[in-house]
Write a protein that binds this ligand. Sequence first.
Ligand SMILES: [Zn+2]
Length: 434
Amino acid sequence: MKEFWSREETIPRNKLEKLQEKKLKAQIKHLYNNSPFYRRKFKKAGLKPRDIRNLGDLRKIPFTTKEELRESQARNPPFGDFLAVSPGECTRVYTSSGTSGKYVWHAFTEEDWKKWVDLSARQYYTIGVRKDDIFAHFFNFNYIKTGHVVSEGVAKIGALVVSAGTGGTLRHIETLKDLGVTAIASTPTYALYLAQRAEERGVNPGELPVEKGLFGGEPGTEIPEYRKRLESVFGIRAYDGWGITDIGIPVAVECGEQCGAHVFEDAVIVEVVDEDGERVSDGEKGEIVYTDLTNRAMPLLRFRSRDVGIFTTEECSCGRTSGRFLSGIIGRLDDMIKIRGVQVFPSQIMDIIGKFRELTGDFRIVLAEEVMDRLIIKAELKRGYDEDDVRSRLEEEIKNFVGVRPEIIFVNEGSMKKYEWKTPLIEDLRKRPF
Ligand SMILES: [Zn+2]
């Protein structure tokens, strides 16, 4: 059986960069000729496709933001003028979920779709899913492509696929038992919720035949304590992997070394930039910027994802030559809160909460006042533990790692609202002007 899904995964780094360069030039030519949106951006910047001769020239191209996509679709409904093929060529349309503002429509051709399916297959093949596996996933299907592309990708490997979707947790537990599911995928919080509900029903999740899982869609798996919890509760190996809805394609997955998610660099170019939009060095933290080398219908150049991460092209011992995101996605710029001048990401709090066996792992950061000078954290405390003891240790731990002493509110185990898709980690109680 082959070790890698695609030939591109192990080609020498210099050849990989040549491939990126070739695809980038073709993409720019395509967009300049067919996308009014990008032709306008190029003209405004005084650029012609021939000015982009190599990967270094990429930085001459202006960034693309989600706001620009929204504006383009508002002016030219429904798809906006960044559509670079005729609408008749598109066979699928999805929306990108957004925490703020109207969603954006993303249309794709059948050829685009087939490429994603293959990248999805690459993700699951990398975490060890094979023909003999029975695979169930609990991703959303409503308007979002994730559920569809995951099902198709794993079916392409030849495994048996259960498109369980979200909702109906008790039925999912039955399914895991009845079919003897060996591989799963969901958001990390949903996986833990599923385990908890199974235990309540007298099913030990550790005794289920599940062996491996891919957990994405929100931070979690790349956080060591959270990963340990996922792995120990199910007795599995838990891998981090994700896609970017705005780009449309599965983008990264961890290999067996579990030392950061490999980016599919033959399909997408990754840059990491600072607040001024300047590239940071390899291994430094910044906002992740994507350039799509794959899609034809709505490819984006230098799209500012608002996700914060660390990227490195350092070699990995698995043999893949693509760069990796170290520590996954650290957070979303939109979720970052500043308390007394200190930057706090919910994922940092998640990491610390995950270390406490006395807590269920469910928590919220509560925003209670306009001027942020208090960090308030609400967390579920398991039954039978001493509140004061856990509080003082948790306060100390957060103070040490985040730099701000928090106020902790404990609530009863199971009392927080459960979400099957993305869990909102911030509860905003601030007074609104309306
Ligand atoms: Zn690797």
